[in-house]
Design a protein around this ligand. Structure first.
Ligand code: MOS
Length: 743
């Protein structure tokens, strides 16, 4: 019986977070810091013809103003490969490296001063002239054919995922039942509460940097390449991240700029961004147009899915959402084609944002399926069961585990789906229209190579370290639990540290893979520690375990004993003291098991929403969300429920409120703030019920962890849009579903 795993465990870092003891990037105290503030472009396309910094430099406290004219040239070309795991095709944008303007609100100068206020004031005094060109920032309402796609082929990363299955256009033509529709999703921004920030200083040729990052190791390697120094000569420190959701996967603009200025000025430099600056410096969910064509027979069996997708990218990189493939794995349809194009716009490069690609794809696919269900007069769940993928329809491989059918059943029962009357506008609560909708969620079950180091000490404590990141899902807690469980130690005596590049390498936090990846390493390291403890014990004359096999031993509560004789124990501390050792240390690297290759792996969810719509005002409230998630073993029920709730809230925002508005005349974002970019607030969130359908999965890894987090939001926007149709009879295919669209 597990002592900790699968239980409700409160966050081990909770007290530090609520008391302010947890330090975020901009909060570290360094001696004599100088403060930076960025100057941003006011035009979206063109060149800087002149930049006048004299007035700014004259101000009290201003130390230096860096522009493309005087900033040292860093080796960014060689840093590119280190820019996250798979940077998009093209050349990343690096501030202050040239006179070209690629987007409005682009960083063009860095003012460094004795105080933040002095830097910010002086930044306003920098005057810039441009030769201006007309920007193109819209892919909407211009017709698919007119989109300026860089090439007719899908971008490299999407290419492999977009191989057609069967002959979708022929099957579509031949299908007795056809459905076709277009869906659009606006640009959305991650908007974490913690702004992007870095504090950098140099010590004996080494760079030390506090930064907000989801990718400690790739940031280290990137900075080392940019500054032409050894990777070991960069120390990235990032113990806490106040939300990121994809915006801190790639190196942001601040670390290289802060490090450059710190080197030039020979003192620590702190550079933090404003909310407004974050809208054009760290990516966003791209502007997305999709067309879904479904072919089916009269009984609802799908024969063709044609899914076309265009997302915007920047003028300098081809960003594509390579996770779109999950949608291909959802239904057993023999003929599927996926077409992906990027449209070049004069905006910064998009980035992954919570459930990237998948939530967008599934919004279109799951709405289309709902529309097909109405066309066929089949219950939406029934239609999904008719097309249930018993094996992975793409590879033909069996699933390592898949309890989606049970998830549909449980969520439907909890939601009360059987009481739904299918006709639109048929359910009411007083004068409000009531709508019930559902959708499927699917995400991968990823694992990345990861290491961890564990120290077990003679004082009866343990310390584990990995260069992982915790942007909020509860990585500190879950890895502490796994280490305690698998070492056989009380959780209070175990500490897990992360967020430093001098810890053993761990993957960046993304894709919902951290628990599986770092957790697998923790299991391996714990086993190695236990083996060593027994070896040490057996070197002592009175060892009770001399002839014991591994299976005969048990490790619990910091003690080892024979299963047949639990009364005679040796504590880890006793073993270490008996061996005259202050501690033992093991580092372990876990890699995804080759066994996984024989299987298809994915996580699934059945997601239901209830909406109440005011027929006079067109306002939509999501009064209830019910989710059942099948994601292997759940390690920490409490934080996992929180992740699911967070997913539901993200879904409410995507469905109803979130949109980054661009004034296409000037190519400028006009709502770069939390006052006019609307994320759901408490008043928008009612009842959320989340549950897990446990899967025993021995294939994915020893822990049986498939990962969760992102899967919790993937079906929600579609479920809400479907519920809105059920409530109102109006099909809104253009997110967000704002009152004007319903009236
Ligand atoms: Mo996430 S979009 O995998 O940071």
């Amino acid at each position: 019986m597990a002592k900790y795993l699968g239980k409700d465990i409160s966050r081990v870092d909770g007290a530090a977070k609520v008391t302010g003891a947890a330090k975020y990037a901009a909060e570290f105290q360094v001696k004599n810091p100088a403060h930076g503030f960025l100057v941003m472009s006011t035009v979206a396309k063109g060149r800087i013809t002149a930049i006048d910094t004299k007035e700014a430099e004259k101000q009290t406290g201003v130390i230096r103003v860096f522009t493309h004219l005087n900033a040292p040239k860093l080796a960014f070309a060689s840093a590119k490969a280190k820019d996250r795991v798979a940077p998009p095709d093209g050349q990343p944008f690096h501030a202050l490296t040239g006179d070209k303007i690629y987007f409005s609100n682009q960083p063009i100068a860095l003012v460094v001063a004795e105080t933040y206020e002095a830097a910010r004031y002086a930044a306003r005094l920098v005057t810039v002239s441009y030769s201006e060109e007309k920007p193109v920032t819209s892919i909407k309402n211009s017709g698919a054919k007119k989109y300026v796609a860089r090439s007719a082929d899908p971008p490299a990363v999407a290419e492999q995922k977009s191989r057609p299955r069967g002959d979708a256009s022929r099957a579509f033509q031949a299908a007795p039942i056809k459905f076709e529709a277009e869906y659009t999703i606006p640009i959305e921004h991650q908007n974490p509460i913690e702004p992007q920030a870095s504090i950098a200083f140099w010590q004996d040729g080494k760079l030390i940097i506090f930064d907000k990052t989801q990718a400690v190791m790739s940031l280290r390697n990137y900075l080392a390449a940019a500054f032409g120094i050894a990777e070991a000569d960069v120390l990235v420190i990032s113990p806490f991240v106040g939300g990121a959701f994809g915006m801190s996967l790639r190196p942001n603009q601040t670390p290289a700029l802060a490090a450059m200025a710190a080197r030039e000025l020979n003192r620590p430099v702190k550079l933090a961004l404003t909310r407004q600056q974050m809208f054009t410096t760290s990516g966003y969910r791209p502007d997305t147009w999709q067309k879904v064509s479904l072919g089916a027979d009269n009984k609802g069996k799908l024969s063709a899915i044609i899914h076309e997708n265009i997302t915007n990218t920047s003028a300098y990189e081809d960003y594509s959402e390579n996770t779109v493939s999950v949608a291909r794995m959802t239904y057993a349809c023999p003929n599927v084609s996926l077409d992906y194009k990027v449209a070049v716009t004069d905006l910064p490069t998009p980035s992954p944002m919570r459930a990237p690609g998948a939530v967008s794809k599934m919004f279109a696919l799951e709405c289309a399926l709902d529309e097909l269900a109405y066309q066929l007069k089949i219950d939406p769940i029934e239609l999904r069961l008719i097309n249930y993928a018993e094996t992975d329809p793409d590879s033909g491989k069996p699933w390592s585990s898949k309890e989606l059918r049970e998830a549909y059943r449980q969520a439907a029962a909890r939601f009360g789906w059987s009481k739904r009357s299918p006709e639109p506008r048929s359910m009411r609560d007083g004068r409000l229209l009531v709508g019930w909708g559902m959708a499927t969620a699917i995400w991968g079950a990823f694992q990345m190579p990861s290491s961890i180091r564990i120290h077990v000490r003679a004082d009866g404590s343990a310390l584990a370290q990995a260069s992982a990141s915790d942007m909020g899902p509860g990585t500190y807690t879950v890895i502490t639990m796994i280490v305690a469980e698998h070492l056989g130690m009380p959780i209070e005596r175990v500490k897990f540290e992360l967020g430093r590049s001098d810890f053993p390498p761990a993957p960046h936090q993304g894709g919902s893979w951290t628990t599986a990846s770092v957790g697998a390493a923790a299991v391996g390291a714990a086993k190695a520690i236990q083996k060593k403890l027994v070896e040490l014990a057996n070197r002592q004359a009175n060892s009770p375990f001399k002839n014991a096999t591994a299976e005969q031993l048990q490790f619990e509560n910091g003690k080892v004993f024979l299963k047949t004789n639990p009364a005679q124990t040796l504590s880890y501390a006793e073993i270490l003291r008996g061996s005259n050792l202050p501690e033992i240390v093991e580092t372990y690297e876990a890699k995804p098991s080759p066994e996984r290759e024989k299987y298809a792996t994915a996580t699934h969810g059945a997601q239901f929403a209830e909406v109440k719509v005011d027929p006079d005002l067109g306002t939509v409230r999501v009064t209830r969300v019910v989710e059942a998630t099948a994601c292997g073993k759940v390690m920490n029920l409490k934080t996992s429920h929180s992740q699911e709730m967070g997913g539901a809230v993200w879904g409410i925002g995507m469905a109803l409120t979130e949109a980054t508005e661009v004034d296409h005349r000037y190519g400028r974002i006009i709502n770069p703030n939390l006052a006019s970019y609307h994320v759901p607030v408490n008043a928008d969130v009612f009842r959320i019920e989340t549950d897990f359908v446990e899967e025993e999965d021995k294939i994915v890894n020893e822990l049986g962890v498939k990962g969760m987090g992102e899967v919790g939001m993937i079906g929600i926007p579609a479920a809400i849009a479907n519920a809105v149709f059920h409530a109102t009879g109006k099909r809104i295919r253009d997110l967000p579903i704002t009152p004007d669209k319903l009236l």
